[in-house]
Design a protein around this ligand. Structure first.
Ligand code: GLU
Length: 406
């Protein structure tokens, strides 16, 4: 038999071809000469699933600098290191509605969020290290753990970021004057410049995104990189602030947490499902990869990834109900994953059937239940208590312990 290849990579190749055929004008970033040297034609799309499989199409081994995409992951590292209270005391969580490099501080003197430069420089400064080099090395190792391989810095890009980085120094200075930034301005910005110059490819971005999609565990290396709550908090900010001045439009149209960078990369996350990395260097008017945005729009639409669209009705968790009038028993045969919605249906149907038939025993047969969630256990535990209080018996057949509402 010929090798099957895989349908995901083939679907991605079609997305790349369709976007290439369309008109998505963009310009290479040129605030430093190194970025203007990028190949404007290179275009790649990768994905990594929470099961740890990776897929790629196009120029997926072409390296580019991570730039602002690093902000999301360094924020995650800062949250993991200090906890949310200490971090939000210095950097807010509100969209700024201003350019990424704007002088944007709230009434408490905090940068609006960690995705704008002022906020990112503060988050970088929160990563432990006695010097900029130590801090950068810790960041490099953290982002490498997200990617599942050793990332390295493009020192030429870092050097020209530093040579032209006075606006970022000014932002750091203002953050210091408001008390958001401790330590020296140079320590913070030099680590920040180097973090922006880390080289990645689209598969790195996909695995980094998949780690956030997978509750903070890198699905390729199986290592926990950040706590579950940190993955959630980081994705929340990517949803509201990740795409420069198009973050609102992006959430509206594409409906996925994402972060882009002026190197032409974008990471997007389908929570619980995939991380996606895309790269094409020419940028649109707000600094997002023009073709990258087009590809992700197409993918969101084609794969039904928008977070707020749920056209499919869930499969009923109750596959059969048997009523035995002689023994006054109602038996409900359950199936699938019992989550909040499923538990709600089970409880509703149990109460209705027990009341209507005046039965004295409720049997829940969970042999076909694959798993249940904590909230389901809570709701079903409450149901069982009330069945008993009403003077009826409850029998749970749970050979695999998958329902376990105890
Ligand atoms: N190193 C760039 C800066 O701080 C990052 C810009 C970006 O990707 O938004 O200006």
């Amino acid at each position: 038999m010929a090798a099957l290849g895989n349908p995901v990579s083939r679907a991605f190749a079609r997305v790349l071809a369709d976007v290439r055929a369309g008109d998505h004008p963009g310009r290479l970033a040129d605030y430093i000469p190194e970025l203007a040297k990028a190949d404007p034609d290179a275009f790649a799309l990768s994905a990594a699933s929470v099961s740890g499989h990776t897929y790629a199409a196009g120029d997926s081994t072409v390296p580019f600098t991570i730039q602002s995409i690093s902000k999301a992951f360094v924020y995650a590292l800062a949250l993991a290191e200090h906890g949310v209270a200490a971090v939000t005391a210095r950097v807010g969580v509100e969209p700024s509605g201003e350019a990424f490099n704007a002088i944007s501080f709230d009434a408490q003197g905090r940068p609006a969020n960690p995705m704008i430069n002022a906020g990112a420089i503060v988050t970088t400064s929160l990563i432990a290290g006695a010097t900029a080099d130590e801090r950068f090395e810790r960041i490099r190792r953290g982002l490498s753990a997200f990617a599942g391989r050793e990332l390295r810095c493009d020192e030429a890009v870092a050097a020209s970021e530093s040579a032209t980085g006075d606006r970022n120094r000014a932002l750091a200075m203002l953050a210091r004057s408001s008390g958001a930034l401790d330590g020296t301005v140079d320590d913070a910005v030099e680590a920040y410049f180097r973090q922006c110059a880390l080289l990645v490819d689209t598969t790195d971005l996909a695995v980094m995104g998949a780690t956030l999609a997978n509750d903070g565990v890198n699905p390729v290396t199986d290592r926990r990189i950040v706590p579950s709550i940190v993955a959630r908090d980081t994705l929340s900010l990517m949803s509201s602030c990740g795409m420069y001045d198009r973050s609102g439009q992006w959430l509206f149209d594409v409906g996925l947490p994402a972060k882009s960078g002026v190197g032409g990369g974008i990471v997007a996350v389908a929570p619980g499902e995939y991380g996606i990395g895309v790269f094409s260097a020419p940028l649109d008017a707000v600094g997002n990869s023009a073709r990258g945005v087009a590809a992700l729009r197409m993918l969101s639409e084609g794969f039904g990834l928008h977070l707020f669209r749920h056209p499919d009705r869930p499969v009923s968790p109750v596959q059969a109900v048997e009523i035995d009038a002689r023994t006054e028993t109602v038996t409900m045969r359950l199936r699938g994953v019992v989550d909040f919605v499923a538990a709600e249906q089970i409880a509703y149907q149990a109460a209705e059937t027990m009341d209507a038939t005046g039965s004295r025993t409720l049997v829940l047969d969970a042999a076909d239940v694959a798993a249940s969630t904590r909230v389901a256990a809570l709701l079903l535990g409450d149901l069982f208590a009330h069945v008993r209080e009403a003077g009826a018996d409850i029998v749970v057949v749970d050979p695999e312990g998958t329902l376990d509402p105890s």
